[in-house]
Every structure is written in structure tokens, then in C-alpha cells.
Design a protein around this ligand. Sequence first.
Ligand code: BG6
Length: 482
Amino acid sequence: IPVDPFDLVIFGGTGDLARRKILPGLFRRFIAGQMPANARIIGAARSDMDSAGFRAMVAEAIAEFGGMESPPQAKLDAFLKQIHYVAIDARGEAGWAELQELMKGTDKIEAYYFSVAPALFGDLAERLQQWGMADKQARIVVEKPFGRDLETAQALNATLATYFDERQIYRIDHYLGKETVQNLMAVRFGNMLFEPLWNAQYVDHIQITVAETVGVGGRGEYYDKSGAMRDMVQNHLMQLLCLIAMEPPARFDPNAVRDEKLKVIRALDPVLPHHIIRGQYDADHDDAEGHPNYRDAVGDPRSKTESFIALKTQISNWRWSGTPFYLRTGKRMSARSSEITVVFKETPHSIFAEDAGQHRNVLSIRLQPNEGITLGVTIKEPGPGGMRLIDVPLDMTFSEALGEDAEQVDAYERLIMDVIRGNQTLFMRGDEVEAAWAWTDPIIQGWEARGDVPKFYDSGSDGTTEAFEMMRRDGREWRKVA
Ligand code: BG6
């Protein structure tokens, strides 16, 4: 079903994110029949090119990043007809009259995607207003990083609020657009089975791991100023934590959901220094491809930025008091694997012989790859060997359960369609982002004050030995990254 007619202006339309994610994603939505024939996508960037040049760039981006063997040519041509380009100067006057002319007099939905450095958000917002494009119907989409601490995030929110209402602002965290993340809400709030057990009384602990095999690649300059805490924990892992821990919202509507997420962030305990481990990847000594270590990759032999974090925190509220939440993320780890795991407590009493073994239910929610949800259930080992207990997985791997045809939608394309539909549920509200920084800031300030230096871990491993020790001290184990 097509969404309502729209014009989407992508500032930074020639940039990396636009080429890798936004434009190929829009093409897939076009093929799926979701893009109305009179919708337009308008690239706006500094590069001096015309619409024909931009269309060629879009076609290349689709070929390279579209994830399709060979994109159907007729569809591609039709899609490209809906694409335009304006060379624009975010801080100057060039291009604005042309954009204004293009956007004039349509009664379509107008969305402006700020896929540019955050330093330009304010300039773009101001220019849009000056040129009469920021009316109360317009929507703007902003990318992370949303500030680098509480103060800068507040300033950014204040600037945007000068020109737009909160209901017009769509702050992207692309983890919220991932299929399994939404499924987490369906599983929690669509079944009677889990919610009664979803609390400190029955849950031993929760783990969230987002492991990547890639290093910082060509993003060294940005990354070295951020580190894993700002790049991943403050946003993506925090959002996952919110969804796994929040109270059931009264309705599945944007503010009801976001109110509950905000309460989780506000109830987070401060993290004690010995409950957070920082790591930095060293080279992989068996690595034939010769990937550089972190410091070489960012070109600073003394960099103190972390590419790995493992931490333990707690949520001080009625539901979760006393339940540890362990979070871990890093680059150049052994596998690309994102998983949330709920480890339930042991049964209060075992009726079986001691050597039957005692087991725990483990619910694991896999974000990528092999998206799906698995519940480990204890049963009797089949056969005549007496009462011995084993764990078997109740597997809800989506591709198996729903068939290979189940439509795979990338996070970005889903989120952009939500912008057009005017649905903010999967976008961060300003107060959420600020609360997340308020929790993150003292941790980072602590490192800075102490001159903390991250420990090295080998590329291809699962982080520093200290991260494993932290778990061991608690009598627990990290899940295997696989
Ligand atoms: C981005 C981070 O937000 O998320 C990157 O800036 C990271 O450093 C990426 O690699 C991970 O996203 P995904 O969807 O590949 O897990």
C-alpha cells in the first residue's frame, strides 16, 4: 500500500549514509509499491552537480549497496525519474531559492532529512525557516550523534525547538528500526507467557551484546573523538535496554512508549568505576589481511579512546531492583552478533537427583544475523538412561518460521516510511536523548578525570580479560559471541 504523497529532501544527499542506506532503502520501498508516483526525492548537498549527475550517482549506489543481484532496469528508470538534485550551501545563500521553488505550492507531505554533521543542524533549520519551508506540517529527520554530552544535546534540542515542534522532529536510532527490536515488543506485550515472569523475582540477569567484526575503517577521525560509549552505548544499547526493561505502555502509541522508555533511563543507577571495562583493539596476530590495530587505524599512537565497553548496571525500580544488566559492545570482535539474553533463575528446589543437572531457562533475542528468538527449555534426555535433564531450544528463527519470503526490510527504509506516515514511535524524543546523556556523562567524566587508559584486546577476540573477570566475580558468564 503506497504511503501518502511526499517530497523528501535529503541534505547530505551525496554522503556516505545516503548512498549506503537511505537511497537504496527508498528504492526497495519503491519496488515494494510503497512510493506514490508523484513522490519526489530531492538530494541537496554542496557538490556541484545537476539532477542527471545525481541520478547517475543514485544508480551506482543502488548497484553497490542495494543488495539486489541486478536491479530491474525498468523499475530503476522509473525510480530515477522521481529524483532531483539541488546544489546548496547550508551556511550561505546558494541553492535555497531553487529549493524553495521546487517545494512551492505542493500539498504533499514535506520531510527534510539532515544527513549532515550535527554542527549544521541549526543552520539548516534556520535557513528552512527563512525560506518559508519550515511550516507546521514539515517533518525533519536528524541523525546521530545527537550531541556529545548533555550540554550539547540540550543546546541542539533548544535550537531545533526554535523552529520545530517536538512532533515534527524524528531523531533516528536505526536500532529501533530493526525487525527483531520491534518483535521484542510483540513478544513481551502480545503474549501472556512472558510478562508475569519479567521481573527481579524470576530473572537472574539480562545481557545485551552488540559485537562487530569491523574496525573503525575510514571513520577514524569521528570515532576517535567518540569511542564506544558515545557511538554505541548512549544510543543503541540504551534503546535496547529500554525496550527490554520498560513497563507495558497503555497503548502502542509514540508518547506512551517513549514515556515508559524515559522512566527506565531515569531509573538507571550510576555505574561504579569497577563495573565498567574499556578496551581498545590490538592487531590480530594471525590476521593474514593485516588489519591495523586501533591506534594505527585512527592515526594516534597515544589514543585513549575505547573501541570496546563492558558494563554492569541496575535499574532502581520496583520491577528490577537487584537484577544486574550487563551491556557489552565492541569492534573487531570474533563475530558480528547482536543479542539480548534474559537468563531466568533456577527453579527454587530440584526434585531430581543431584547428577540430573540443574538448568535455567534462557530467552535469547537475536537482532543480527539470523534474526529470531529462542527459548531454552529443560526436558528429559530421551532414552533409557534415567532422569537426566538437558536444554533444548524452542526456536523462533523468523526465516524458518515465516518462510524465506518473509519480507526483509532494512531499518532505514522502515524508519523513513514511518516519517512519511507520521509515526514517531520508533524515534527518540528529546528528553530521552538528554536522559541518556545525563547517565553517560559522569562515566566519561570519571575516565577523563582519572586519565583512564583502555586495556588492549586482540582483534578477533571477545574483549578484554577484565570484562570476563567482571562476570566471573558475579558467578556468571557472558554468552558466547557467535
Ligand atoms: C552506527 C555506529 O550507529 O552503528 C557504527 O556509528 C556501528 O560505529 C553501526 O558500526 C552498527 O550498526 P549495525 O546496523 O551494522 O549493527
